[in-house]
Design a protein around this ligand. Structure first.
Ligand code: N2P
Length: 396
């Protein structure tokens, strides 16, 4: 399939989606990043730390191993092999399903992780909790490749702790041949009568992510996704419970591969890149159509920035920074986005990115859509209310 064909197909499909959601492709430049169970075993206990500076170079030697904890399905793992082979550092790789899972894992005493990938609001929270190391930017020269719009965000002023990885939005992915009209509103998910229809049409998946699912319900109710008022949060919980009988799966780790692409559900609360991956993996060149579409509901939705950070407990800070710098190499981070279909804040990477991704308004929303998006803020003590509500949602 030529790039031209791909681009054209996108224009047709996504112009439909965009007109459906009332919006109109480039990251907006007027909305500053406001701030910021899946997974398995603990990484192996650290066996080797960095050696003192070698006299000749003045730099410490790279450690033999580096433990990396990332979101599920968020990198082409052959890039990890590439790093291992090039630098002789073994990557111990593990994944998580949500920011809260990442936090819980670290708070439960998992001290073996060196490099982690929290979102904006979670970076702020982790800085406050003293869980992130300060990075030495001299070891991350590729930071110069990042679009200044994504630097110096309020959640980590001057990027003292983290560097930007990828960004995206959270909306609704839908199967186009479900027999139902494409969704345009969060009511397509949260109105129980609609949820029942999507269940009958093939099933519903929601992200197994408390902040994300509550954000969707809050938007449905017309509230900010940073709402802290307990009564309104209870209302959001009740909106989720009202459709729980119609929810087939709570999955945020591998739902693109296990649910969307094989057609195991018809509607999914979804991150933009996972929906775009489902779009392209089910794209049929002959008919120039795909089985999946993605929409930002008219009430608005979350926009987020994920980051690469070093844990405060890491004894391999130099190697972690070296790995971060590797990930920020234009060709490397372009390969990440060409695999994950997420938006990339690395300007120097654009020349290596698939044109179809760069030109995809579901990945880089136009300004009209960006204007409806909201960044998640750190919630302070309200996270304890969230934890209680989430337990109630999951246990009922
Ligand atoms: C991709 C994970 C996206 C991370 N599967 C959302 N912050």
């Amino acid at each position: 399939m030529s790039k031209k064909t791909i681009f054209f197909a996108l224009l047709v499909v996504f112009s439909l989606v965009i007109s459906a959601c009332g919006g109109a492709a480039v990251p907006a430049t007027d909305t500053a990043p406001a701030q910021g169970a899946a997974s398995s075993e603990q990484p192996a206990a650290q066996t080797s730390s960095e050696q003192p500076a070698a006299e000749s170079s003045g730099q410490p030697e790279l450690a033999k191993e580096l433990s990396v904890y990332n979101w599920g399905d968020y990198i082409d793992e052959s890039l990890l092999t590439q790093y291992e082979e090039k630098y002789g550092v073994k990557i111990i790789y593990d994944t998580f399903a949500s920011n809260e899972d990442l936090l819980a894992k670290l708070q439960a005493g998992a001290t073996g992780y060196d490099v982690i990938f929290p979102s904006d609001y979670m970076v702020a929270q982790m800085i406050e909790l003293g869980m992130l190391a300060e990075v030495d930017k001299n070891n991350i020269p590729n930071l110069k490749n990042i679009d200044p719009f994504f630097l110096n965000a309020p959640y980590d002023p001057n990027n003292v702790h983290c560097v930007p990885y990828q960004w995206g939005t959270t909306g609704l992915a839908y199967k186009v041949d479900s027999g139902l009209e494409p969704p345009t509103s969060w009511a397509d998910l949260f109105d129980p009568a609609n949820a029942q229809k999507w269940q009958a049409a093939g099933g519903i998946n929601v992200l197994n992510d408390q902040r994300e699912l509550m954000a969707a319900a809050l938007k449905y109710l017309g509230y900010s996704l940073n709402e802290k008022d307990e009564a309104k949060l209870e209302e959001a919980k009740n909106a989720i419970l009202a459709i729980k009988p119609y929810i087939k799966t709570f999955n945020s780790e591998d739902y693109d591969d296990s649910l969307l692409i094989p057609g195991e559900v018809a509607l999914s609360h979804s991150w933009s890149g996972d929906a775009a991956k489902a779009y392209w993996e089910t794209y049929d060149e002959a008919s120039d159509t795909s089985q999946w579409g993605y929409v930002i509901p008219k009430e608005g939705a979350m926009v987020w920035q994920d980051n690469i950070c070093v844990t405060a407990t890491s004894s391999k800070k130099y190697t972690a920074e070296h790995f971060m710098n590797f990930l920020l190499e234009p060709e490397v981070i372009a390969a990440v986005s060409n695999y994950t279909y997420y938006a990339n804040p690395n300007l120097a990477a654009n020349q290596y990115m698939d044109e179809a991704i760069l030109n995809d308004p579901s990945i880089y929303p136009p300004k009209e859509v960006m204007d409806k998006l909201e960044w998640a803020q750190q919630l302070g003590e309200t996270i304890f209310v969230y934890d209680r509500l989430w337990t109630e949602i999951k246990s009922q």
